[in-house]
Design a binder for this molecule. Structure first.
Ligand SMILES: NC(=O)c1ccc[n+]([C@@H]2O[C@H](COP(=O)([O-])OP(=O)(O)OC[C@H]3O[C@@H](n4cnc5c(N)ncnc54)[C@H](OP(=O)(O)O)[C@@H]3O)[C@@H](O)[C@H]2O)c1
Length: 379
């Protein structure tokens, strides 16, 4: 996928010799801006790239920022809440993480955030509505606005993160807004790359964590809904072992990071997980890995779940929304993955489940061995 052992040795030799230059140090940007990378690979290197990551304070955003910064890319991190971006500041060397306050509706602030960047990532998304922002405001209109301003500011590369199930032909308003967002981005920035991940799992995910907390709401549709979970990993490529370690890091954040250096910029990258699994299997996986018994809760009928979700919208904190209830009945798209285009291979959920689920074990079971249920892959 990446390099032969001989070229690995060569890269490591060059990396271990500060001051020595090679052709790969010269980074050519699409806008002809001359950029020279320097320093051994790692936190104190400079790749020469400047990236803006909108949505950096979210689940996927933190790992993307971390991976970009650890490779020596300067990262602009637009934020809304002071406390939400503090953990990002230490992910890169001094001066490499630049935070800027922004509002999705303020064009001047967006322009300031993208002005110096040669790649802009838009990870902004919200799967529920608030009193200030509807699905379209965040996932469609906002995305189009960022793409438009980036194009007008001369940014050469734009990456928009959508959703594997983005479609106009779906009962979910969220998926419809994601599909509209893709169109608005393509109109404003015709060479943009649209990335469509499946349901993502990792430390701060809304999949395994939510299933472990609220199994009853994953029993909708008799747990027969099929999804293609895909990994978001915290593993960072460390200094001097770039090629070795990259071969073990198979996740969405790494795919986005690699987009900065792929020679041909793809227009559409589907990133489903490697396997199609039912909610039933995932609930069983969580139960087996955590040694907690399966929830005996019955399946709530769809009409009741919709009514309860509607009533719960009056509470001020986010709860299961009616649109999310509808999404629990929609299988993930069976489209083929484009992992080759971004130089990574997706990893199975069983290989990482214990990492994210150990915290749900009781103290008595905390260090017990990892047991997995028999695989029930759905064709
Ligand atoms: N999680 C999944 O399973 C999954 C699957 C497929 C696709 N996606 C898409 O991938 C992207 C990243 O997902 P994620 O799980 O990392 O999402 P997340 O944790 O919910 O983070 C969303 C990000 O968007 C920002 N945001 C939301 N509404 C905003 C608004 N009105 N104004 C400004 N910023 C706003 C949030 O900023 P604040 O911190 O300021 O709120 C946060 O940084 C999203 O577009 C999502 O739709 C997610």
């Amino acid at each position: 996928m990446l390099s032969s052992p001989a070229s690995l040795a060569r890269i490591q030799r060059i990396a271990a010799t500060p001051g020595k230059r090679a052709l790969h140090d010269l980074v050519s940007l699409p806008n002809q801006k001359p950029v020279v990378a320097y320093g051994p690979p790692g936190r104190s290197a400079v790749t020469g790239h400047v990236a803006t990551v909108f949505g950096c304070t979210g689940f996927l955003g933190r790992y993307l920022v971390s991976k970009l910064a650890k490779a020596g890319t300067q990262v602009i991190i637009p934020y809304r809440d002071e406390d939400e971006k503090r953990h990002l500041k230490v992910m890169g060397d001094l001066g490499q993480i630049v935070s800027m306050e922004w509002d999705l509706r303020d064009e001047n602030q967006i322009e300031e955030c993208v002005r110096h960047s040669d790649i802009v990532y838009n990870l902004v998304g919200r799967e529920y509505e608030t009193k200030n922002f509807g699905f379209r405001d965040v996932n469609a209109v906002g995305a189009g606005r960022i793409a438009d301003i980036s194009a007008k500011s001369g940014v050469p590369r734009f990456v928009h993160v959508s959703h594997l199930n983005a479609s106009q032909n779906t009962p979910s308003k969220f998926y419809q807004a994601k599909a509209e967002g893709e169109e608005l981005v393509k109109d404003a920035f015709p060479t943009a790359t649209i990335v469509r991940p499946g349901s993502m799992f990792g430390y701060e995910d809304k999949l395994l964590n939510n299933m472990a907390f609220w199994p009853i709401w994953w029993k909708l549709n008799h747990s027969e809904t099929k999804i293609r979970p895909v990994h978001v990993s915290k593993v960072i490529v460390p200094k001097y072992t770039l090629v070795d370690r990259l071969a073990q890091v198979f996740d969405v954040a790494q795919a986005l990071t690699n987009l900065i250096s792929v020679p041909s910029f793809p227009r559409l990258v589907n990133l489903p997980g490697p396997s199609t699994l039912t909610y039933e299997y995932l609930l069983e996986l969580i139960s087996t890995v955590t040694y907690n018994p399966l929830s005996p809760a019955p399946t709530v009928p769809k009409a009741v779940a919709l009514a309860l979700a509607k009533v719960s919208q009056n509470i001020w904190w986010p709860t299961l929304s009616p649109d999310e209830v509808k999404r629990r009945y929609i299988d993930d798209s069976d489209v083929a993955g484009d992992w080759d285009a971004v130089g990574v291979v997706p990893d199975e959920i069983e290989n990482h489940a214990i990492t994210y689920l150990r915290r749900y074990r009781s103290s008595a079971n905390y260090v017990r061995p990892v047991v997995l249920p028999p695989r029930a892959e759905q064709a």
